[in-house]
Design a protein around this ligand. Structure first.
Ligand code: ARG
Length: 264
């Protein structure tokens, strides 16, 4: 899991608009620090033995570094994201890249935050709704990609994408999540699945601790979430903690910068 990832770059990363509560146009990322952060994330993927594919960012797309929102990919198929209007210009670049690589690309008929709101866990798909994803997308994802949908609703725009509130740590059943970020029905639904659930505190989740990439052996995550890091190490995982302060100004972290291409 997560052994082939599509990344872009932070070259044009800026805060031109505010579409999540972490973004403030008066707080801009330092371009060199942002590039260094992104570079370190990519280097960590490579060190962990993951394959990294690259799509160059476009100047008119200040959020293109967050490739996770571009689509949800399974096997040879991809359902494209349907982002907020501010990010619409990104979609054709990802469409072209995916079709150029031979993926069968399906347009999303309703708002859809791509993998940001759709976390694969074996046959299950933890599927967010209520923020950036229209619930009608769940049927589309089930039909087009064959997942069994587990709908999960976050409680506020602080969790505008599910990948800030839930993380698949190891398949089939190690999942970390922030209980305070999910509504009651969603928490119950997750608990009913009898997974090995790791609970993450609201403060660590708000520092984007759950926005991690795990291949089941190595977890690449942000620095500043020592409790989660310790929990993961206690389970025998290798944990690599990286600075994500610049990316955080856009409301994103490690997970947001990598679109998984190898969901089985
Ligand atoms: N600034 C970006 C946005 O609000 C951040 C996206 C982060 N992606 C994610 N998968 N959570 O769209």
């Amino acid at each position: 899991m997560n052994t082939t990832l599509l990344v872009s770059d932070a070259e044009h990363f800026r805060i031109d608009y505010e579409i999540n509560p972490y973004m403030h146009t008066e707080v801009q990322p330092d371009p060199r620090a942002a590039a260094a952060e992104h570079f370190a994330i990519v280097a960590a993927h490579l060190t962990a033995g993951r394959r990294v594919e690259y799509l160059q960012s476009a100047p008119e797309c200040p959020d293109m570094v967050f490739t996770a929102n571009a689509a949800l990919v399974r096997g040879g198929r991809a359902v494209l994201g349907f982002p907020p209007p501010e990010r619409k210009a990104e979609t054709p670049y990802f469409y072209d890249w995916l079709t150029g690589r031979g993926f069968d690309v399906i347009d999303a008929p309703y708002p859809f935050s791509g993998q940001g709101d759709a976390l694969a866990c074996g046959e299950l798909l933890f599927a967010g709704h209520g923020q950036r994803t229209d619930r009608r997308m769940h049927d589309v994802l089930a039909r087009e990609l064959g997942y069994k949908i587990v709908p999960l609703q976050t409680v506020s725009p602080r969790w505008y994408d599910l990948d800030l509130a839930v993380a698949v740590v190891a398949q089939p059943d190690v999942v970390a999540y922030c209980p305070a970020a999910l509504d009651r029905a969603s928490r119950d639904r997750l608990r009913d699945l009898k997974l090995d659930l790791i609970e993450v505190h609201r403060e660590e989740a708000a520092r984007l601790a759950l926005n991690l990439v795990s291949d089941g052996t190595t977890v690449t995550m942000t620095r500043g979430a020592p409790r989660l890091a310790a929990e993961l190490r206690a389970r025998g995982l290798k944990v690599v903690e990286l600075a994500t302060t610049e990316l955080a100004k856009g409301g994103g972290g490690v997970r947001c910068t990598a679109l998984t291409l190898d969901n089985p």
